[in-house]
Design a protein around this ligand. Structure first.
Ligand code: E4P
Length: 223
């Protein structure tokens, strides 16, 4: 399973990229609004900051309701990246979003269909040619449903029917989500930097480091 970072915060994106574990970035209107920046400017900054990732998702704005409006926005977003291939147009899971997805896929543009909460929605997105489909597990858990189970069912369905959309486990809230979606067959987990930081840590690693440091001091006293 690969890691994408789920944020529009440039510092967090740079930190994750520097570690060398990052394969992509996802943003959404709420994440951009949190940063208080202009959407297109931030997408441009992100694209420059992470030149070697496979995908940077830029979402069409919520006021684009028809496929035509979404496609028009996608065409502007693609220009930001000099038509490079790693910009990915994130589209809502609506009939208009699917129509835009099919159109953009035919044009060779990467797409990410977002706000997926059922297996059937994932199936439709895959059939519309989505490069990525994004089931939101945390938001399902929030309403007492099982988000990881959804990811696992989507993974099984894609295997049975040889669908090649990649599953991005989204709305990931904590380390256990990461382990469980990796085991469930997600191709990618998109996570905030705090989760990358958390999964790098273990108290026994810290204790081990302290013990090695203490023992090492003893060896320097042997001279
Ligand atoms: C994914 O693409 C979304 O931006 C994101 O994972 C949403 O997560 P949230 O439910 O924590 O807002």
């Amino acid at each position: 399973m690969k890691f994408f970072i789920d944020t529009a915060n440039l510092e967090d994106i740079k930190k994750a990229y520097k570690i060398g574990v990052l394969s992509g970035v996802t943003t959404n209107p709420s994440l951009v609004a949190k940063e208080g920046v202009k959407f297109e400017d931030r997408i441009e900054e992100i694209l420059k900051a992470v030149p070697e990732v496979e995908s940077v998702s830029a979402e069409v704005t919520p006021d684009a309701l028809t496929a035509e409006e979404m496609i028009a926005q996608a065409n502007e977003l693609i220009k930001i990246n000099n038509n490079d291939k790693n910009i990915t147009i994130k589209l809502p899971m609506t009939l208009a979003g699917l129509e835009a997805c099919r159109y953009l896929t035919k044009k060779g543009v990467k797409t990410n269909v977002t706000l997926i909460f059922t297996v059937n929605q994932a199936l439709l997105a895959a059939r519309a040619g989505a490069t990525y489909v994004s089931p939101f597990l945390g938001r399902l858990d929030d309403i007492s449903e099982d988000g990881v189970l959804l990811v696992s069912k989507v993974a099984e369905l894609f295997r049975i029917h040889n669908l090649d959309s990649q599953i991005i486990a989204a709305s990931v809230r904590h380390p256990d989500h990461v382990t469980r979606v990796a085991m469930a067959g997600a191709h990618i987990a998109t996570v905030p930097f705090s989760v990358i930081d958390q999964i790098s840590k273990h108290p026994l690693t810290d204790q081990g480091m302290e013990k090695f440091a203490a023992d090492w001091k003893k060896t320097t006293q042997l001279v």
